[in-house]
Design a protein around this ligand. Structure first.
Ligand code: RFL
Ligand code: PHB
Length: 389
């Protein structure tokens, strides 16, 4: 098989890239290790920056998001029972779209199907060959048969545990990593959210986050142990822990019900540098990870795809490699800004094991400043709604 761009991974990054390229007349083949049903069953992100929203519309996959997504203009930060609203729209003129990654993935899959995309699900043992040549190849197996796709370029959109980052020689690749000493336990339930905007809570018992997917479907997270056992968390135990951590006025409004999904996610900051080698370009979680506190992961995947699709379109239109050559540099500048913000927000909102009284007082001082200073709120808002790309 021959194609222009071989894409590994059918998460948001891979699907969005393949759709945007197709709309510009560039052919691609997507290889996905899992089944389509499995990809669609993952519950993850929910907060989309305006830049991401614009790209989904550009990809002709924004119609249902515009109909069903919730537009938020602000959010609350709380410490103990103290709660303060940050007006994101006032400070930036921008809003956020709340729309689940599961729905977004489905919309992208439908949009790809409408254009007769070539997506191979359950492609096993995907490998990259001849990365340094002008015709790199993707090899894979499906139903015990071996296949080869000859490409002009390869996009590694295969998430943090994928194979593409590992195809960059160790002598070239530098990685930066911080693993946090806690995880997030998340729950989805058919209950009314405690508030019509998100609440981020710093509580002495641990961090809590109230979010939503609709006005009848809530998404909540609480900080838990790094190696927490999901089996030990009944719904009742989750609701009790959440109620203890919420500011009193929110706790009183908490509506509980059976969970429809419950999972644990470890928190990590990670950046690979550079995110290109030969004719391979990494995008999304394959290249970098942020802790979910800043709601930046999916949005960074979208901004990578923005730079990569533009660079590939320019190459095919003008035979100009310039934008492809500067891809890694351009992406990583924005990535590090989001890494900084996500790390900072994580560090001021969570309870750390063996946290000293000094560190706790610094957290309180940071949150006091954020709640009391309009300038601090403007800087927070600028980062939370997403820096331009
Ligand atoms: P994905 O979504 O991980 O997709 C990668 C795809 O590649 C496939 N794959 C392979 N295919 C072929 N061969 C191989 N060897 C392969 N290895 C892997 C995988 O099966 C998969 O289908 O990466 P992508 O596309 O870069 O997208 C990134 C986002 O999914 C991620 O950043 C976000 O979910 C992060 N995130 C959030 N981001 C936000 O912007 N806003 C949020 O509110 C937000 N909340 C979250 C989050 C992530 C969370 N978890 C679970 C880590 C909340 C949570 C709890
Ligand atoms: C979510 O709604 O899943 C969500 C919201 C805010 C975050 C992370 C996740 O920071």
């Amino acid at each position: 098989m021959r194609t222009q761009v071989g894409i590994i991974g059918s998460g948001p990054a891979g699907l969005l890239l393949s759709q945007l390229l197709d709309l510009q007349g560039i052919e691609s083949v997507v290889l996905e290790r899992r089944s389509q049903a499995y990809v669609l069953s993952r519950v993850r992100a929910g907060v989309l920056e305006e830049g991401t929203v614009a790209m989904l519309r550009q990809a002709q996959a924004g119609e249902r998001m515009d109909r069903e997504g919730l537009v938020h203009e602000g959010l609350d930060i709380a410490i103990g029972d103290r709660r303060h609203r940050i007006d994101l729209k006032k400070h930036t003129g921008k809003t956020l779209m709340f729309y689940g990654q599961t729905e977004l993935t489905k919309d992208l899959m439908d949009a790809r199907e409408a254009l007769n995309a070539q997506i191979v699900y359950e492609a096993k043992n995907v490998s990259i060959e001849d990365l340094d040549s002008k015709t790199p190849k993707l090899r894979y197996e499906k139903n015990d048969k071996k296949y080869e796709v000859v490409c002009d370029f390869i996009a590694g959109c295969d998430g943090f545990h994928g194979i593409s980052r590992r195809s960059i020689p160790e002598t070239v690749l530098k990685t930066h990593e911080q693993v946090y000493p806690f995880s997030w336990l998340g729950i989805l339930s058919e209950t009314r959210p405690v508030s019509d905007e998100v609440i981020y809570v710093n509580n002495w018992h641990g961090f809590a986050l109230c979010s939503m997917r609709s006005m009848t479907r809530s998404r909540y997270y609480i900080q838990c142990a790094f190696d927490e056992d999901l089996e030990k968390w009944t719904d009742d135990r989750f609701w009790d822990a959440l109620r203890t951590r919420l500011p009193r006025d929110a706790a009183e409004l908490l509506e509980v019900g059976p969970s429809i999904e419950k999972s644990i996610a470890p928190l990590r900051s990670f950046v690979a540098e550079p995110i290109q080698h030969g004719r391979l370009f990494l995008a999304g979680d394959a290249a970098h990870i942020v802790p979910p506190t800043g709601a930046k992961g999916l949005n960074l995947a979208a901004s990578d795809v923005h730079y990569l699709s533009n660079a590939l379109v320019t190459f095919y239109m003008d035979k100009d490699m310039g934008l492809l050559e500067s891809y890694s540099h351009k992406c990583l500048k924005r990535v590090w800004q989001a890494e900084r913000f996500s790390w900072w927000l994580t560090s001021i909102l969570h309870r750390f094991p063996d946290q000293s009284s000094f560190n706790r007082s610094i957290q309180v001082a940071e949150l006091d400043h954020l709640m009391e200073s309009d300038t601090a709120q403007a800087a927070f808002a600028e980062n939370y709604v997403g820096l331009p790309f």
